[in-house]
Design a protein. Structure first.
Length: 143
């Protein structure tokens, strides 16, 4: 579930999920939907992402920065995310993901915004008492 909270010129959103890996998928999809209607994105190409973090918050920030990098520098529009979060043999927190999508096609894709940065501050990724996870994200756009 995603709830948009407008902040001029920035935008904040919240995602909620029963599992941490699904929360990361939902958050990436919400971020991508700020840029383009993901229903217009074909699943033509697959990218593998492997990230390491010291905390869930740090891992979420690295994950969203990677999605922003794909959009801005590789001109790749993600349309589907499959995320796995685990501790490796060395005890490090890892994210391994498969991202499916396609290169930006200016004839089919209408880009709504261009992301300047994504903010994930301490305590923005919370495990609730009922076991669900919530992420609060602020996106700053170029004006």
């Amino acid at each position: 579930m995603t709830i948009n909270v407008d902040r001029a010129p920035d935008l904040g959103f919240q995602t909620r999920s029963e599992r941490l890996d699904k929360l990361f998928e939902e958050t990436a999809m919400s971020l991508t939907n700020l840029i383009v209607d993901t229903h217009t994105v074909l699943r033509k190409e697959t990218k593998k992402i492997d990230l390491v973090g010291t905390s869930n918050n740090e891992l979420l920030h690295a994950w969203l920065a990677e999605i922003t990098f794909l959009l801005d520098y590789e001109h790749f529009l993600p349309g589907e995310f499959v995320v796995e979060i685990f501790h490796d043999e060395a005890g490090e927190l890892r994210l391994r993901a498969t991202v499916c999508g396609e290169r930006i096609d200016s004839k089919r894709h209408v880009l709504r915004n261009r992301i300047k940065t994504v903010l994930v501050k301490d305590e923005t990724l919370i495990e609730c008492e009922d076991g669900t996870w919530v992420a609060n994200v602020v996106v700053i756009f170029y004006s």
